[in-house]
Structures are given as structure tokens and as C-alpha cells.
Design a protein around this ligand. Structure first.
Ligand SMILES: Nc1nc2c(c(=O)[nH]1)N[C@@H](CN(C=O)c1ccc(C(=O)N[C@@H](CCC(=O)O)C(=O)O)cc1)CN2
Length: 293
């Protein structure tokens, strides 16, 4: 007899709303003591998707009461010009969080830009100093890449057990795969990272209790690649053959097998922005307490 199962949906949009409400309350409390969190997002060039994400961040920050500024630089911006913008923001005491939207035009070395942002204002958590703290599981206050941090919040909110579970991450990017691996390891999961060079990748995905997919390949993961009852987190932002936004997971097939699943849109994306808001507020708080702890 065939057992049919339909996974529970992880509603990232709803959870993000709850987090944003809490963050708004925290901002109001900070303003009472004279601190107004400020976020500056730098965008270079006119990538259409990046422009949408940057506008969403700006709108959300303003709704929450965070001062938000977008610095839009032309496609032809040189590395030296971008470094000068970052240095000025590093020196500005009113600015708590600096984010340089990715991807950057090819004339700019992304790692050099990441290194130039003051670690204490690195709201993306991409600076090597912050990545080092994450990988050594430092019991300190430091920012972490917003997408994986938001995914950990989702797992906690939906009471997904992590310790002792097999977590498989598909993709090894600096923004998602690598920090996701560190966060899950720090939460005592047994972590496997698979990628484009992994032989028989699906042998690993089929064994995952928690499967996080961040490849940019639409519908890479099918029902047969998922363990029954697994928690499936789809980080993909892909376009299907009709130009419709879709994920790296074949949602319609996989929802029949998984225990919990995130949709695209409405899953990981809104959590990334909610986490960015949370982290901007945290940086503002930490900047005030630095030197007193
Ligand atoms: N400096 C950074 N650059 C980039 C990051 C990042 O965290 N830091 N992440 C991604 C893009 N991104 C945020 O910047 C992002 C992508 C998608 C969403 C989102 O809410 N998606 C919606 C759907 C939106 C749509 O309809 O197109 C959803 O999933 O529901 C938020 C943030 C790369 N660059």
C-alpha cells in the first residue's frame, strides 16, 4: 500500500513578520535611550534582482524605524572608489551596519571589499574575522550571514531537532553553504556539504534529516532525492521555463515525501531580510556596549 504524506509548510513570510514586529519594538526602546540604528546598503550597477532586494531592505528598515540609506554607484565604479565609500562609512559613528549588495561588477574584487568593511559594522557577517568567530564557535557577539542565520531561526521556530541529526547542505558558497555548515555544526548536527564535484550527490541528500539546498539550479532536488520525513530548506531563487520565480527543490514532488518544507517565494527570502533587520539592531546595541563588557 502506498503511504501518502504531505509536508507541513514552513511559512517564512509569517515568521519574518513576527520577527520584524519584535525588532520594531526593540528599535523603539533603543530610541528611548538615544540610539537610532542605521543601515547603509551599497549597490554597484543596475542588476535588476539586486535592485529589488535592496529596495525591499530599505522599505523594511523604514517600517521598523531603522534609518536606511542606499548608496547607488554606477556599473563603472572602480575598486578604489568603492573602497573609499566603505572607508567613509567605517569612520561615520552614526552608521551601525554596512552591506555591499552581491554580486558586484567583474572589475571589483569581492573579497577585498568584504575585508575593507569594519568587522563591527559587517551586518552581512562576511568579514574573515566574523567568519573565523563563526567557525571556531566563539561565544562572543558577532554578525553571521543573514540567510543561514534566518534558516536556523526557522528550524528553531518549527521545533526541528538539530543535535545528532544528519544535515546535508547542497552548495558551498560563502553567503549560504559554508556559514550554514558552521551554524549546523555549532548546533551539534552531523554535517555533510555536497557540491558540483561530489560523486553521487543524491546518495547524501537521500540520507539527510535536514536538507538545505542552495545551488541556483531550478528543481535540482526531486522527491526520490529526499528521505521520507526530512526537513527541506530551499534557498533557490530561480526562474522556470515561463520566467516564474521557483526554487532549487521540485516543491510539488518533494512535499509528498518531506516532513517540513519551505516554499519559494515566501520561505527563506523574507527571513533573510528579517534577520538583516535584527542584526542591524544588534550591531547598534553592541556598538554601545563595546568596551564595557
Ligand atoms: N550582500 C548580500 N548580497 C546578497 C545576499 C546577502 O545576504 N547579502 N543575499 C542574496 C539576495 N538577497 C538579499 O540580499 C535576497 C534575496 C531574496 C529575498 C526575498 O525576499 N525573496 C522573495 C521573493 C522576491 C521576488 O519575488 O523576487 C521570497 O523568497 O519570498 C530577499 C533577499 C544575494 N545577494
Amino acid at each position: 500500500m502506498k503511504v501518502t504524506r504531505v509536508a507541513e509548510l514552513i511559512d517564512g513570510k509569517q515568521l519574518a513578520k513576527q520577527i520584524n514586529t519584535k525588532t520594531k519594538t526593540e528599535v523603539a526602546a533603543l530610541k528611548e535611550i538615544g540610539i537610532t540604528p542605521k543601515l547603509v546598503v551599497v549597490i554597484v550597477g543596475g542588476d535588476a534582482a539586486s535592485e529589488i532586494y535592496v529596495r525591499s531592505k530599505h522599505r523594511k528598515a523604514e517600517q521598523i524605524g531603522i534609518i536606511s540609506e542606499i548608496k547607488a554607484l554606477p556599473e563603472t565604479t572602480t575598486q578604489a572608489e568603492l573602497l573609499a565609500v566603505i572607508e567613509a562609512l567605517n569612520q561615520d559613528d552614526q552608521v551601525h551596519g554596512i552591506l555591499v549588495q552581491s554580486p558586484l561588477p567583474s572589475q571589483i574584487d569581492e573579497l577585498a571589499i568584504t575585508r575593507a568593511i569594519a568587522p563591527t559594522k559587517d551586518v552581512d557577517g562576511f568579514h574573515p574575522e566574523n567568519v573565523g568567530k563563526l567557525y571556531t564557535n566563539a561565544q562572543l557577539d558577532f554578525p553571521v550571514s543573514c540567510t543561514p542565520k534566518g534558516i536556523m531561526t526557522m528550524l528553531e521556530a518549527y521545533h526541528v531537532p538539530v543535535a545528532g541529526k544528519h544535515a546535508v547542505i547542497v552548495g558551498r558558497s560563502n553567503i549560504v553553504g559554508r556559514p550554514m555548515a558552521a551554524l549546523l555544526l555549532n548546533a551539534s548536527a552531523t554535517v555533510t556539504v555536497v557540491h558540483s564535484k561530489t560523486a553521487d550527490m543524491m546518495a547524501y541528500t537521500r540520507d539527510a534529516d535536514i536538507l538545505v539546498v542552495a545551488t541556483g539550479i531550478a528543481h535540482l532536488i526531486k522527491a526520490a532525492d529526499v528521505k521520507p520525513g526530512a526537513t527541506v530548506i530551499d534557498v533557490g531563487m530561480d526562474r522556470d521555463e515561463n520566467g516564474k520565480l521557483t526554487g532549487d527543490v521540485d516543491f510539488d514532488g518533494v512535499k509528498e515525501v518531506a516532513g517540513l518544507i519551505t516554499p519559494v517565494p515566501g520561505g527563506v527570502g523574507p527571513m533573510t531580510i528579517a534577520t538583516l533587520m535584527q542584526q542591524t539592531v544588534e550591531l547598534a546595541k553592541w556598538s554601545e556596549t563595546r568596551g564595557t563588557k
